[in-house]
Design a binder for this molecule. Structure first.
Ligand SMILES: NC(=O)c1ccc[n+]([C@@H]2O[C@H](COP(=O)([O-])OP(=O)(O)OC[C@H]3O[C@@H](n4cnc5c(N)ncnc54)[C@H](OP(=O)(O)O)[C@@H]3O)[C@@H](O)[C@H]2O)c1
Length: 253
């Protein structure tokens, strides 16, 4: 049975993979969160790869705080470059196929149309630069791998755009969302399903793949899409007590 290592399993994509893993009874999973496996710790990696015979590693572990990365450059590079390099080195040594997740932020966003995997990257922030450095480190190690670049992941899991918007609604806070930055948002469970389906189907992987949903939209459009999904429960007025009585039907003609 193929044993699959999922790193960073406490994160958004890690949780999405965990949520669906039972639908793949032919695969065995080892989910490890940051507390259980630090991908920058070589000693931990050595022990782990010796102990288990993994067939695949899905590296979802990353430093993902785009704004904080501007002031924590070293930390971002440590996880996103060094961590990716170490994981890739151990995968190569133990014949494990690496599925590494990268980002649309390796591009500068000036092309004016959708980016293809062979378009030239040119990141404009530290997070994007550190992720690109990770991609390059994986190419340098030269094992068996695919790099899946995805964009604007959102879901019910972890901290992401969807959970942030819904929390603001719950807290009754004003919501302002940018409407002049565009991308292809990706519902993270769909990416999780893509990865596990492709492992199961034994199809070939490209060295770099782009995976996102098709529709280009702004953050504002995405916020509207997410809030449209909020379920509103119908209740009888007896359940919705207010101080003053309300007339039952005041339709005017
Ligand atoms: N979220 C997006 O919109 C988006 C868009 C494009 C690409 N991506 C890429 O998709 C992948 C998954 O993203 P995500 O949304 O699931 O991110 P996430 O929710 O931040 O998950 C990443 C996980 O990695 C963990 N981690 C950080 N440093 C680690 C280390 N040294 N060793 C092991 N684990 C470590 C984090 O733990 P802590 O939180 O405790 O630090 C977190 O649990 C990442 O590669 C990301 O760059 C994400």
């Amino acid at each position: 049975m193929n044993n699959i290592l999922i790193t960073g399993s406490g994160g958004q994509l890690g949780q999405c993979l965990r949520a669906i893993h039972k639908n793949y009874p032919k695969l065995k999973f080892t989910f490890l969160s940051k507390n259980e496996l630090d991908i920058t710790n070589e000693e931990q990696l050595c022990k782990l790869f010796l102990k288990y015979k993994f067939k695949f590693c899905v590296n979802t572990a990353a430093y993902t705080n785009v704004d904080l990365a501007e002031s924590q450059k070293k930390k971002a590079y440590l996880v996103n470059e060094t961590g990716a390099k170490l994981i890739s080195k151990h995968c190569k040594k133990h014949d494990v196929f690496l599925i590494h997740i990268s980002t649309d932020y390796v591009f500068d966003g000036t092309k004016g149309s959708a980016y293809y995997p062979d378009d030239a990257p040119n990141p404009i922030n530290i997070y994007g630069m550190s992720k690109l450095a990770g991609e390059r480190a994986i190419f340098d190690v030269c094992g068996d791998f695919t790099i899946i670049r995805t964009s604007w992941l959102y879901s019910e899991y972890g901290q992401n755009f969807q959970t942030k918007i819904l929390n603001r609604i719950k807290e009754n806070k004003k919501i302002k969302v940018v409407n002049n930055i565009f991308g292809t948002p990706t519902y993270a469970p769909i990416l999780a399903e893509y990865i596990l389906n492709k492992i199961t189907s034994k199809k070939e992987w490209e060295k770099i793949e782009h995976f996102s949903q098709k529709k280009t939209m702004s953050w504002y459009d995405l916020a509207n899409k997410i809030t449209r999904k909020i379920k509103i429960e119908p209740v009888n007025d007896k359940e919705f007590k207010q101080k003053a009585n309300r007339p039952k039907n005041t339709s005017l003609a």
